[in-house]
Design a protein around this ligand. Structure first.
Ligand SMILES: Cc1cc2nc3c(=O)[nH]c(=O)nc-3n(C[C@H](O)[C@H](O)[C@H](O)COP(=O)(O)OP(=O)(O)OC[C@H]3O[C@@H](n4cnc5c(N)ncnc54)[C@H](O)[C@@H]3O)c2cc1C
Length: 378
């Protein structure tokens, strides 16, 4: 068997694998990426494409999200791929939601967020996509961007190959790493280092380390509408009251517990299925709507109509769009750790395992990758 060579082997062509390939290739390293599926098929093509700094807690993670967003814009601009500097709105319809949103807008600028409170007229001046009846206002944040995950993950490998000579081996699973040799799919590669970005696959490579790390899985149900008519734009990506209890950034608000208690008492089904509702728009003008969170190592292969109904019922409470019929239902899975936004460990010399474990891997990907390659000394 002939031996190929590269500086670094990456396992997994989801966004973590692609972001690490980009970080290394920009620094002049030769890279080979192994992906067991014919194309990326994991969480990275199943998400909203929301690059969402406002969801990250103040400090290091928020700063990493902003840096990651800038790198996203850099690579997508260079690759001529679609991305939309939409910003985001968290729209509120209840007094307890407005209290949290207003409190966050008061404290957020001192913590480094760029958001502001908008009253009803201010919201309606920014979007045609929200229900005006009962609307009290919103948190407006200019820092979020929307990418099209299916387009980005399908096209970025070709760009990295053309621009930097990164080699992608699709349909090739890596079952073991014994540096300097990586054998995969009948090929033998000699490399200096390996980076394992295998998402929520904890069973194939370094299973005992994953088992010891405290990770589990989160299953999310998602939907997509038919394309909206030409000329109609979602504008800012949308979130609403349920989301205020979901992201860690809002936990600085003293008014949050009252909102959490009201939701738990009034609509326990949203807590039971971990539902909060987000809406983004794709390059093809469809709306992506989700999601729910079911935690545990075993993923139910079958989706629950009840969950999709709850998501859509809540979405219709704040979203108005010309075409809300659902064209696609699917679920995605991400690796979940109770308190770490990402895991990085070294199971053997010059081998690094990197997994996003807080549900924000799209947002953090390029920032985490930049950190990894700095730690590797590049
Ligand atoms: C429904 C949903 C919505 C989300 N929305 C957002 C969002 O809007 N914004 C955000 O920031 N985050 C979001 N997330 C989280 C984000 O999508 C994930 O954190 C991120 O995509 C994880 O990327 P990854 O590369 O680690 O994993 P994956 O995308 O799962 O990629 C791992 C890849 O490794 C391959 N692989 C595994 N084992 C091997 C092996 N042994 N050999 C070769 N290949 C292998 C797999 O086939 C897969 O393609 C969402 C997640 C889900 C599920």
């Amino acid at each position: 068997m002939a031996t190929n060579t590269a500086d670094v082997a990456i396992v997994g062509a989801g966004i973590l694998g692609v972001a690490h390939a980009y970080a290394l290739a920009r620094r002049g390293r030769s890279v080979v990426v192994f992906e067991r599926s014919p194309q990326a098929a994991g969480a990275s093509i199943r998400n909203f494409g929301m690059i969402w700094p406002i969801g990250q807690p103040a400090g290091r993670m928020h700063a990493m999200a902003l840096r990651s967003r800038d790198l996203w814009v850099e690579v997508l601009t260079a690759a001529r791929l679609p991305h939309f500097p939409t910003g985001s709105l968290h729209v509120v319809y209840r007094a307890d939601e407005a209290a949290v949103a207003r409190e966050f807008c008061e404290v957020a600028p001192t913590l480094g967020y760029a958001c502001e409170w908008l009253n009803t007229a201010g919201v309606l001046a920014r979007t045609q996509a929200v229900q005006p009846a009962g609307l009290l206002g919103a948190i407006w944040s200019p820092t979020e961007i929307t990418v099209d995950p299916r387009v980005a993950l399908a096209q970025l490998p070709g760009y990295l190959t053309e621009r930097f000579g990164v080699q992608f081996r699709f349909g090739v699973a890596v079952k073991s790493i014994d540096l300097p040799i990586v054998e995969a799919g009948g090929e033998k590669w000699q490399v200096d280092s390996a980076i394992v970005c295998t998402g929520h696959d904890f069973e194939t490579l370094y299973p005992e380390m994953f088992r010891a790390s405290g990770v589990t899985r989160s299953k999310l149900q998602m939907m997509r509408t038919h394309p909206q008519p030409d000329g109609w734009q979602l504008g800012p990506a949308l979130a609403a009251g349920l989301t205020l209890r979901f992201y860690e950034s809002f936990q600085v608000c003293r008014t949050l517990p009252a909102l959490q208690q009201r939701i738990a008492a009034e609509t326990p089904e949203y807590d039971r299925w971990g539902i909060h509702v987000l809406v983004s728009q794709t390059a093809g003008r469809e709306l992506t709507i989700g999601d729910s969170h079911e935690y545990g190592a075993a993923i139910d292969p079958f989706d629950r109509a009840e969950i999709d109904d709850l998501i859509l019922r809540y979405a219709r409470g704040f979203l108005q769009a010309p075409a809300l019929e659902i064209a696609q239902h699917w679920h995605g899975v991400y690796a979940k750790h109770p308190d770490k936004p990402f895991l990085r460990f070294s199971p053997a010399p010059n081998v690094h395992v990197v997994t996003a474990t807080g549900g924000a891997g799209m947002t953090l990907s390029f920032g985490v990758a930049e950190d990894t390659v700095k730690e590797m000394g590049f």
